[in-house]
Unconditional design. Structure first.
Length: 168
């Protein structure tokens, strides 16, 4: 590189976006160009079936976790789906649906345990196994629905925060 040619360097401005700045050999840099961000002309609108489609994806994940099967979508994608629903005013619906789905699953597991064996020790072993499964499943569901817990549940009723999602 010749000593008289300018070189281009990347500099982070106040917005932390890279900007091009011309630096001359003496170390004196020219003024940084300003980045102007204009607002959108129209506010973005959610698709009409956003809530049904997104909840369907989350419900499939909840069923997969409860069924000890692989989840079809990445946990990050599911977390973002919960975040999108909460940020668009659907947190209450998500919470109610999740609570109902977990309640249905727990009642089904309890019904399955009852009457399996008359032996007390064997029954306790079955309960212990069911509890271990439940804790593992709730840990996975907590990682998916953590945004809901941290935003909606803590604001709506702080006493219930972490009640169902973090007992694992």
């Amino acid at each position: 590189m010749s000593s008289t040619s300018p070189r281009t360097v990347a500099a982070a401005g106040p917005s932390m976006l890279p900007q091009r700045v011309e630096a001359k050999q003496g170390g004196s840099a020219g003024p940084a160009r300003k980045l102007v961000i204009k607002p959108l002309k129209k506010a973005p609108k959610l698709p009409d079936d956003f809530e049904q489609r997104t909840w369907g994806k989350l419900l499939a994940a909840v069923h997969a976790v409860h069924g000890k099967q692989a989840v079809a979508h990445s946990l990050e994608e599911l977390y973002r789906a919960v975040q999108d629903m909460c940020n668009n005013g659907m947190a209450s619906n998500v919470y109610d649906r999740l609570q109902a789905e977990c309640q249905r699953h727990i009642e089904g597991r309890l019904d399955g345990l009852l009457g399996q064996t008359p032996d007390t020790l064997a029954f306790l072993n079955l309960v212990h196994g069911a509890w271990d499964d439940h804790c593992e499943q709730m840990h996975t569901l907590r990682s998916i629905f953590l945004y809901l817990d941290r935003t909606y549940v803590m604001q709506a009723d702080p006493r219930r925060s972490n009640l169902t999602l973090a007992q694992a």
